[in-house]
Design a binder for this molecule. Structure first.
Ligand SMILES: Nc1ncnc2c1ncn2[C@@H]1O[C@H](COP(=O)(O)OP(=O)(O)OP(=O)(O)O)[C@@H](O)[C@H]1O
Ligand SMILES: [Mg+2]
Length: 493
């Protein structure tokens, strides 16, 4: 459906055009007119189908420009998602000069208070903990707020957040519009949501599957101790542009990150124990394509919209089937294709079945690549890298090249070059501490709070080979573009 038919004003239509959106997605087509009319709406649609604009556009249109109060508050489960949503609404509301601000934990509250005082935003996006903090301090006033959005609503109404949400809602004036959006909406949670709403319209975009259509979903059966090597080989063979690797615990994320780095991959991790500055800088690098692999806990499972993510690896199968839907939904967004690979240890098969029951889609089995296939994958990348290098001006290397050619055969030189560009990952041993297997539970629905045993990271032996000389060169999306000598749920505040 055309945006033009949805009753949006000229400024917003201009912003939509500028964003490159040609047609409204089904969730936008159905919910925008309802939200514009002031109705309470529960919107469920697959990941990556534009739910942010579905609630953002009507909010922007309904703003009273003369009013100097917070007219809409949008609550997000993670800081990164709050920032992303603020940015998207700011972009869409630019022509209308809409004031959109964000508050989240881990950032200087004094500065937030000064900024809120100086410039009362019309739209405030925030994480529950920090919003509540401001409300208790009296530094924000939601008594005139007309619209409340719970993005990732099922998460916000789940036990980790519900108390905060209830407390926040007590500060909001009576006559309000409530909008709930998510890709997943388990019934019991939906019922909790309805308690806060007035006669809500439920818009559920019917799809054959709960997961986004454009994601090819695979699983690999492997023992815990085999997973890391298999994942590295898969990365070599599949050659992702950008990949997200999900681990179950923070320690797991740290170990995976170090292991991948030790093998020469351009990887960094993100989880709730890192400083906010670090979380933001890692995510920024990943968004810019300067980082090839982002390793994360479920803190990155929901809502993040990063274009170019081609692969999602569930190094640990998620405990919660809804989390699977969100994790793999970081790829296959806005019409792009994606691939997900989920590792399943023998005693986790029931979790996979629970996921498949929820998504109504079977994952396809994937045979782990052999070392030869992995090497072949690397060499393919290395060859394309050489082709790129051949396009550059190489004249200043000719004298040295001739000198080498006098001493070695061209064949040996090229082979050595290929060896350097590719890498035989078996030469760097990485040990990932085994996690306790997931406990079997009939319906597989475990919510947050699981932590594995702690342990040590295994050997890293990369200091005195060629890989150790590589350093990160920003600006290239592909690891193999890093060339030769310059080469390379703690979701709360
Ligand atoms: N009508 C549209 N046409 C094309 N692209 C769109 C349209 N609406 C939104 N997008 C883009 O699609 C991407 C996904 O949008 P968004 O993040 O809102 O998805 P979502 O449904 O909220 O996903 P999730 O469930 O993962 O949070 C964004 O990059 C957004 O700019
Ligand atoms: Mg979203």
């Amino acid at each position: 459906m055309k945006f033009l038919e949805l009753g949006l004003n000229e400024d917003l239509l201009k912003a939509i055009k500028r964003s490159g959106f040609e047609e409204a997605t089904p969730i936008q087509a159905e919910t925008i007119p309802l939200a514009l009319a002031g109705k309470d709406v529960i919107g469920q649609a697959q990941t990556g189908t534009g739910k942010t604009a579905a609630f953002g556009l009507p909010i922007l249109q309904n703003l009273d420009k003369h009013e100097k109060t917070i007219q809409a508050v949008i609550i997000e489960p993670t800081r990164e998602l709050a920032i992303q949503t603020q940015e998207e609404l700011f972009r869409l509301g630019r022509d209308e000069h809409a004031r959109v601000q964000v508050v989240y934990g881990g950032a200087d509250i004094g500065r937030q208070i000064r900024s809120l005082k100086h410039h009362v935003p019309a739209i405030l996006v925030g994480t529950p903990g920090r919003l509540l903090d401001h409300l208790k301090r009296g530094t924000i006033d939601l008594s005139k707020t007309k619209t409340v959005v719970l993005d990732e609503a099922d998460e916000m109404l789940d036990m980790g957040f519900i108390q905060d949400i209830e407390s926040i809602l007590k500060y909001v004036g009576e006559r309000k519009q409530t909008l709930l959006f998510s890709a997943t909406m388990p019934k019991p949670i939906l019922q909790i949501g309805e308690k806060f709403m007035h006669d809500p319209e439920v818009v559920k975009i019917k799809a054959k599957e709960l997961t986004a259509d454009l994601i090819d979903q695979y699983f690999v059966r492997a023992k815990e101790s085999e997973k890391f090597d298999i994942m590295c080989r898969l990365i070599d063979v599949q050659g992702p542009d950008l990949a997200l690797v999900f681990g179950r615990t923070k320690r797991r994320v740290d170990e995976l990150t170090r292991g991948l780095q030790a093998r020469g991959y351009n990887a960094a991790g993100i989880h709730g124990d890192l400083s906010q500055a670090r979380r933001m800088s890692v995510l920024k690098q990943f968004r810019a394509g300067k980082l090839e692999i982002l390793v994360a806990t479920d803190v990155a499972a929901r809502g993040l919209d990063i274009s170019g993510v081609t692969h999602v690896y569930n190094y640990d199968i998620p405990q919660d089937p809804d989390s699977y839907v969100h994790r793999i939904g970081r790829t296959g967004r806005a019409g792009q294709n994606g691939i997900s690979v989920t590792f399943v240890t023998p005693n986790e098969i029931s979790y996979m079945q629970t996921i498949e029951q929820l998504t109504k889609k079977k994952m396809s089995p994937l045979r782990p690549p052999t070392d030869d296939q992995a090497l072949h994958g690397q060499l393919k990348q290395a060859k394309s890298e050489i082709e790129d290098l051949m396009n550059g001006d190489l004249s200043k290397y000719e004298d040295d090249a001739n000198e080498l050619l006098e001493n070695y055969s061209a064949l040996d030189l090229v082979a050595a070059f290929l060896k350097n560009l590719s890498k035989d990952s078996t030469d760097v041993k990485v040990k990932i501490t085994p996690e306790k297997p997931l406990p079997y539970k009939g319906d597989g629905r475990h919510r947050r709070g699981h932590h594995g045993r702690s342990g040590n990271y295994g050997q890293r032996r990369n200091n005195n080979n060629y890989r150790g000389r590589r350093h990160t060169d920003g600006g290239h999306r592909n690891r193999r573009n890093y060339g030769h000598d310059f080469v390379i749920k703690n979701k709360k505040d």
